[in-house]
Design a protein around this ligand. Structure first.
Ligand SMILES: Nc1ncnc2c1ncn2[C@@H]1O[C@H](COP(=O)(O)OP(=O)(O)OP(=O)(O)O)[C@@H](O)[C@H]1O
Length: 370
């Protein structure tokens, strides 16, 4: 590797005070993992070259949102040919979907995805209508399994994901395994379809077959409006940015405790949104500013969780606010297992029974409609 090697991206920042989108070049120097930023319009250095340990090169791809000094920046383009050539083939996207037969294995599948080096840059739970399923699988219209397939895909919730990796399309298809789970169990026993699939149509997961299909399917899926949120008898759980790579394990723990996850979405909170959502803690929680900074530092996963008496029951599973206390007093809780400190304590959960519906509405009605 040359000591001069560096990657340059065009990034955009929405300056709310000025109501302007500002554009910068962000340079990542691989030799010492430093960055700098250059203001394109005003032709001047905006951020002098410096260490920024919170940012790794694996987080830089087109469409990514990265947070640098509390500013949420969107990576919109490559700024030079070298960066384009290096990243275009290597860091690509595909569409992956967890089918209705794998609802109970959502957490395990997400955990395997992360453990195999794929990154999830968007995620949403949807209940497809029969019409949606027929549109999605239009290329199979008329085939003998078409009716079964589309009825199955619209029978319950699915989780769609934008997956990012080097050669994402073949990588995800290799991890999925052969279409038929019975064949997969003998031919490729370590694949998702071998482990979680049962028969032809019920084969656990879907993956795009080319970059063109991936673009079409991502566009189709992430524009579907059908959030399955129920908005009653519910509590809100947010997996915090520091715990995002543990999301699969956390989701699995929630399902194994017998809770229903009835809606789920990945979201990048900006500062005004985080301040609005956590407003009741302002002046009450000494860590309020640090909490807002953390919640805007990367993607979160928001979930609607349901059960009888769910707000209090779910708080028991999350454990005490402080992970140190949790480790000593309630070692089998989410915060004991995945928390670091009072701000990075793995999950937010609704405090008061009367707020469960309101907090879920904030994500699954207000934010999803924005
Ligand atoms: N012979 C079959 N019998 C029953 N279901 C089938 C059959 N062939 C395909 N399917 C269903 O249709 C889906 C789409 O079929 P396709 O041939 O595109 O398989 P794939 O590319 O391996 O899977 P996917 O498109 O879901 O990633 C399969 O995942 C499976 O659920």
């Amino acid at each position: 590797m040359s000591s001069e090697e560096r990657y340059v991206f065009v990034i955009e920042w929405f300056d709310q005070a000025a109501s302007l989108i500002r554009k910068y070049n962000l340079t990542y120097f691989t030799v010492d993992n430093t960055i700098d930023m250059f203001d394109i319009k005003n032709r001047r250095v905006f951020l002098k070259r410096c260490q920024y340990p919170g940012l790794s090169v694996s987080e830089l791809f087109i469409g990514a949102t990265v947070t640098i000094y509390s500013r949420q920046l969107k990576v919109v383009d490559y700024a030079d040919v070298f960066t384009r050539q290096r990243f275009e083939t290597q860091r690509s996207k595909t569409f992956g979907m967890i089918k209705p037969d794998c609802y109970n294995n959502i957490g395990k599948i997400i955990d395997i995805i992360y453990s195999k080096g794929l990154r999830i840059s968007n995620l949403k739970m949807v209940r497809m209508t029969l019409t949606n399923a027929r549109q999605f699988y239009a290329e199979h219209t008329g085939k003998p399994f078409f009716e079964d397939l589309t009825n199955f895909m619209s029978s319950d919730v699915v989780v769609g994901m934008e997956l990012v990796a080097e050669n994402a399309v073949p990588k995800w298809r290799e991890l999925m395994g052969p279409t038929n789970p019975i064949a997969a169990k003998t031919d490729a026993p370590n694949t998702l379809r071998a482990i979680f699939g049962t028969q032809g149509t019920h084969n656990a997961v879907h993956g795009s077959d080319s970059a063109t299909s991936a673009n079409r399917e991502l566009n189709f899926f992430f524009n579907l409006p059908n959030s399955p949120a129920v908005l009653n008898n519910c509590t809100c759980c947010i997996i915090k940015p520091h715990a995002i790579y543990q999301a699969g394990k956390i989701i699995n723990m929630i399902l194994e405790e017998g809770f229903e996850i009835s809606a789920m979405m990945m979201v990048h909170l900006d500062k005004p949104t985080a301040e609005e959502f956590f407003e009741v803690y302002k002046g009450v929680l000494p860590e309020f500013t640090a909490l807002v900074d953390h919640m805007t530092s990367g993607p979160c996963i928001a979930m609607e969780i349901r059960q009888e008496n769910v707000v209090n029951a779910f708080r028991q599973v999350c454990g005490p606010l402080d992970p140190e206390v949790a480790k000593h007093l309630r070692s089998n809780t989410i915060r004991a297992a995945f928390g670091i400190d009072r701000v990075q304590n793995a999950v937010h959960c609704t405090d008061l029974p009367e707020d469960g519906v309101l907090e879920c509405e904030y994500f699954f009605r207000i934010l999803s409609g924005r």
